[in-house]
Design a protein around this ligand. Structure first.
Ligand SMILES: [Zn+2]
Length: 485
């Protein structure tokens, strides 16, 4: 090459390197990319939302939407209606189409039957909107519920009142959540609203718009919020039982994904068994794992390469992750490392296939020895990525090939990855949750819905009975066991 050609080439390469490195450094502040595409871990470096360490409270960071805006704008300003803002009240008149009378039939003191002819007075009454699901029909109806006091001939006053159920008390909050039968929104309509929020990932405003446009029903955002939270609150005791199911399971898939709570980086953990799915939003520490599977878990864990799982003796490493890394080597320019990547992809895929089809032990042994040998040869490769992948497989060798000797173990962690997809999309739409209570309710609600789906139980009928019993302070129904296929 002549000197001019060399100079020309060097110049072109310099330009290419410059444009690539510029593009790699771009994020939502400096390009048209959406904020949801930002790397959650690189946010930390920019002094934006920080990870919740042991000593940082929920108040330490602004929300990610405020990237670039002055931080004081939302520091200390609570969400919701601001002092002095114009109030919003019910404008739609409610026309009740039916009336339900609640009056004691038997005297609590003398056990005598209380006939309809006895003198009674109305204690309280409220209207309740309910969604009626008939075959191919959906309708909102209003019912008037009246509660009566009946005077028995023995002199005892039998008073019937709406029952009050579960509550969520937080110190310093102006208005706490307390479930009660005295509620504008009936259990099925509340379930429907919770489904729109949790399953269809609609924001509170979008739910309001949907109800107004399609059901001709005007509800305030706070009422909608209350319905979603009621479902979360009623789900919490059920999730306690689901966690017991997870701890008793033979095989548990575990995975985690970033989650934001008021802009603070947390993790959403998921534990998936054959019949149960439990979510948990918490810190990124290992203690959260103990909260899910307990200290004395005896079964098998199926996980990715994350360090928090490493201590567990009975563990299957997700091969899909390793294949993905090997594929990156094969398709990148790593010289001899690319050949290693190609061989690894082929061998790992072949291993999964042969185990699935039940190949004989000798063939499997030859294949695993070849993978191990291949990794050993590349353990001291100059390229960091090649060296790291070889080391990763060798350091965790027992967990990589555990499924070869135990045919019940799945070779990949797809069950947990799939379970998290829904929440990942929700995070991208809504930017996570805002409070501890909101995170708890969100995780509990998702756990109940997904466990129902996994067990072949209709989630919404179950959710409706859950809300109704939690409001009436009765014993909560448990999710039925998996129906026989
Ligand atoms: Zn009596």
């Amino acid at each position: 090459m002549s000197r001019t050609e060399l100079e020309e080439l060097a110049w072109r390469w310099r330009e290419l390197a410059r444009s690539l490195s510029n593009r790699a450094g771009e994020d939502s502040r400096t390009s048209s990319r959406p904020p949801s595409s930002d790397d959650p871990y690189r946010r930390d470096a920019r002094g934006q939302p920080t990870a919740a360490g042991p000593d940082t409270g929920a108040t330490s960071a602004g929300s990610p939407e405020s990237a670039g805006k002055p931080a004081q704008k939302n520091a200390g300003t609570p969400a919701g209606k601001q002092p002095g803002a114009k109030g919003y009240w019910r404008r739609q008149p409610i026309v009740a189409s039916a009336e339900v009378e609640h009056a004691a039939r038997v005297c609590a003191a003398c056990r005598a039957l209380l006939g309809p002819d006895l003198k009674r007075r109305c204690i309280c009454a409220h209207n309740s909107l309910e969604l009626v699901r008939a075959a191919m029909a959906l309708q909102v109806t209003a019912t008037r519920h009246s509660y009566f006091a009946v005077r028995c001939p023995c002199g005892h006053d039998n008073v019937d009142r709406p029952r009050v159920g579960l509550g969520s008390l937080i110190e310093g909050r102006k208005r706490n959540l307390r479930m009660s039968e005295r509620c504008l929104v009936g259990p099925m309509l509340a379930t429907f609203i919770a489904a729109l929020s949790l399953r269809c990932r609609l924001s509170r405003r979008k739910i309001q718009e949907f109800l107004r446009d399609w059901l001709n029903l005007e509800l305030a955002v706070a009422t909608i919020e209350r319905c979603v939270h009621e479902f979360g609150l009623a789900s919490e005791p059920v999730v306690e039982c689901l966690i017991q199911d997870v701890r008793a399971a033979q095989i548990v898939h575990l995975d985690e994904t970033p989650w934001y709570q008021r802009g603070v980086l947390l993790w959403m953990w998921v534990a998936v068994t054959a019949t149960t799915i439990v979510y948990r939003i918490g810190s990124r520490r290992k203690g959260e794992l103990t909260a899910l599977i307990g200290d004395a878990f005896l079964g098998w864990l199926v996980t990715d390469g994350y360090g928090a799982y490493r201590d567990h003796p009975r563990r299957q490493r997700c091969l899909a992750h390793l294949i993905r890394k090997a594929l990156a080597l094969a398709e990148g320019s790593y010289g001899a490392g690319s050949d290693f990547g190609r061989d690894l992809v082929r061998d790992l895929r072949r291993l999964i296939e042969r185990v699935h089809h039940g190949a004989d032990a000798d063939a499997l042994k030859r294949l695993t020895s070849r993978i191990k040998w291949n990794c050993q040869c590349n353990r001291h490769e100059i390229e960091t990525k090649v060296r790291d992948l070889a080391g990763e497989i060798l350091n965790d060798w027992g967990a990589v090939i555990a499924f070869v000797s135990d045919p019940n173990l799945p070779p990949t962690n797809n069950d947990a990855e799939r379970a998290l997809r829904h929440a990942v999309i929700a995070r991208r739409i809504s930017y996570g949750t805002r409070t501890d209570e909101g995170s708890r309710f969100y995780a509990a609600g998702l756990s109940v819905i997904d466990t129902c789906r996994r067990r072949g139980v209709e989630p919404w009928a179950y959710a409706c009975s859950l809300i109704a019993t939690a409001r009436a302070n009765l014993t909560l129904p448990m999710i039925p066991a998996k129906l026989a296929a």
